[in-house]
Design a protein around this ligand. Structure first.
Ligand code: PAF
Length: 289
């Protein structure tokens, strides 16, 4: 596995590979890799000849009350996992390499970022899209793979790529779940034993909405109430449960393409999850971690 740290070396590596006729797949991450990230690597591998994985904890996407310094990091372990999974190039830029000065020009995410996670984390998606745009320009991939667990982020990246004419495909991969249904996330490491057990309420609430919809209920308000009744479990503080379309707009009637998006605090940890009603939680990948 090749390791590069500067944007210049990264771009040179990508261009040399493309000059040999190879297609490049890209998995951007903030590190602390888990099976969810590694499945994105597998998915990229199925589509392309070379896979680049970046690890960069992006200060721009952390709010003033969110602890950038406390974000979990373990570069030694990440290196081993990436190499074992067959990553061809690991891109590890320093903050000063991506942001030599405070970027005055940033990507404005527009109205799709005003709701759900964007409402709870003002400025977050401007920070995400700005770094993703920079990484796309540096890596120049043919395909970039994002997990569907961060549904709003994936839809915003897809929309940015379309609206700003990035010459690449944004592929969105199924959520990877633990056997009891909890969606994999680097944040799960913050949960203690009781919190970990309580956290299963998120995927249970999604299943409850899905089951009610399959039984014939299509009224979003009724489905929200059904899901909230399950989400409101001991140790869990619900933040939202919303039924939206792929542009993050509230739906008037639930159908197979409707996304149920959920956020809740379990202890001090904020978790998110979602399901597309027609696909269902059971269609996601399950792993034992
Ligand atoms: O969640 C992430 O991994 C980040 O938002 C991303 C896409 C790598 C941008 O920093």
């Amino acid at each position: 596995m090749r390791e590069v740290t500067t944007p210049e070396d990264m771009r040179a590596w990508s261009r040399a590979e493309r000059a040999r006729g190879r297609r490049i797949g890209f998995v951007p991450t903030m590190g602390f890799l888990h099976q969810g990230h590694l499945r994105l690597v597998d998915r990229a591998r199925e589509r392309v000849d070379r896979v680049v994985l970046s690890i960069f904890v992006n200060p721009l996407q952390f709010g003033p009350t969110e602890d950038f310094a406390a974000y979990p990091r373990d570069l030694g372990r990440d290196r081993r996992l990436a190499a074992d999974r067959g990553v061809d190039c690991l891109f590890l830029p320093e903050t000063t390499a991506l942001y030599p000065s405070d970027p005055l020009v940033r990507v404005a995410p527009g109205p799709m970022a005003d709701t759900l996670e964007g409402a709870a984390r003002p400025g977050h998606f401007a920070g995400v899209l700005t770094v993703v745009a920079k990484l796309f320009h540096i890596v120049e991939p043919d395909v970039a793979v994002f997990g569907r667990k961060d549904f709003q982020r994936a839809m915003l990246v897809r929309r940015m790529a379309a609206d700003l004419d990035f010459a690449l495909e944004v592929d969105v991969a199924p959520t990877v779940r633990e056997l009891d249904g909890l969606a994999l996330s680097s944040r799960n490491t913050y949960l203690n034993g009781d919190e970990r057990r309580a956290a299963v309420a998120l995927s249970r609430a999604l299943r409850a909405v899905e089951q009610a919809w399959r039984a014939g209920e299509a009224d979003p308000k009724a489905l929200e109430r059904r899901g909230m009744a399950v989400l409101n479990a001991p140790g869990v503080t619900p933040e939202y449960l919303a039924l939206v379309d792929d542009q993050l707009r509230a739906v008037a009637r639930a159908d197979a393409r409707t996304v149920v998006a959920i956020a809740a605090r379990v202890g001090a940890t904020r978790l998110i999850d979602n399901v597309v009603l027609g696909e269902g939680v059971a269609s996601d990948d399950a792993v034992r971690t």
